[in-house]
Write a protein that binds this ligand. Sequence first.
Ligand code: AMP
Ligand code: GLY
Length: 420
Amino acid sequence: MKILVIGGGGREHALVWKFKSDNTKHKIFCAPGNPGIKALAECVTIQANKIQELADFAETNRIDLTVVGPEDPLSLGIVDVFEKRNLSIFGPNLESARLEGSKAYAKKVMERFNVPTASYLEHDDYQQALNYVNEIGTPIVIKADGLAAGKGVTVAETIEQAEAALKAAMLDKVFGDSGTKVVIEECLFGEEMTVLAFVDGETVLPMVPSQDHKPVFDDDRGPNTGGMGAYSPVPHLEKWLPEIERRILRPVAQGLAAEGKPYSGILYAGLMLTGNGPIVIEFNVRFGDPEAQVILPRLENDLAEVMLAVVEKRLHEIDLSWKPGASVCVIAAAPGYPGPPTKGLPITLPQSFTGNTQIFHAGTALSNEQLVTNGGRVFGVTAQGADIAEARKHSYGLMEEISFEGKHFRTDIAAKALNL
Ligand code: AMP
Ligand code: GLY
């Protein structure tokens, strides 16, 4: 099969790696890809948001399946453009992608289908937003309405922090137009878990759960990032899965289908497991990153077959099966991240590494044949093992063999599952 993967981060490296592990005969292209992906696929120099150019490429090269990694092209309507041209593409259309692209839109969907979520108010006036925060008090959560690369959320412990977040989003426009409107939300307490599902309109096939680690420092301290590491399974929280499927995933898929807006692709539920059960923090409309890096190595099915079944609305024919054991991913980040990272730092990688470990490239580039840092999250250092403790040991072992100046990573990935 000829497959085009769009994007160039750790998630896309994991997707390409999975397609290639399923079937070495697949011919894989990746736009734009990265130096790690280059070893497995032909990288094409088209940026992920150049929709018409990507569609031209898919048509000219007779691509059988296009898979979109990041949210931006989905929110720009890449699926609608491909479908209009009869090109096979996996992902939600423009309307469905609003579930991630607008937090206010997602809230309204959840209200309509009675999906548990934090109470909230939207504001587009700075002074009114500030008055509201003063009235409710802290802790309180401030969210830029639009896309902000995982950085648009502030959990404010003090009024000063809340005020700074409102000012940054609404007055200083650090997220551009994404922060013109904010959602101010009740602060939830509990442990977080991610559940992704394949959805083809009516049929919902949940994947194994995983847990991300958003704050940059150990013990969940410091500012939020796109994710500093993940693991799967999440044994101490899996008792919630039936309820998550029944109260969250199915009502959203079936509700949207009944409204004539069937959802197709991956539905990502970011959840807080509170004393009152699972509550949705956010929906995303694609694989999570780093979540994809731990889930895909556990999937036994041929991924392209599952994705084609979604595109062709016959997901009911598929049963997902998962490798036993566990998978752990630890992100190696560049100095400065989640602020502006230092680019161009030379990287040394181990010559070889064995079996159940992968170094997924994210923010890397080649400069005169030298691998250098080129983004905040540089690698996803991933390993599988018989259990979480073993996978974790391999992942941290491999992390020691990667060097670049100022490398930082969390040392407590998966600690919650191990009671460390
Ligand atoms: P999001 O980008 O919506 O996933 O939010 C990023 C992170 O902010 C989440 O992973 C949570 O850790 C935190 N967060 C978001 N909403 C809330 C909330 N209502 N209560 C507590 N923490 C939250
Ligand atoms: N790891 C969180 C996300 O992909 O949105």
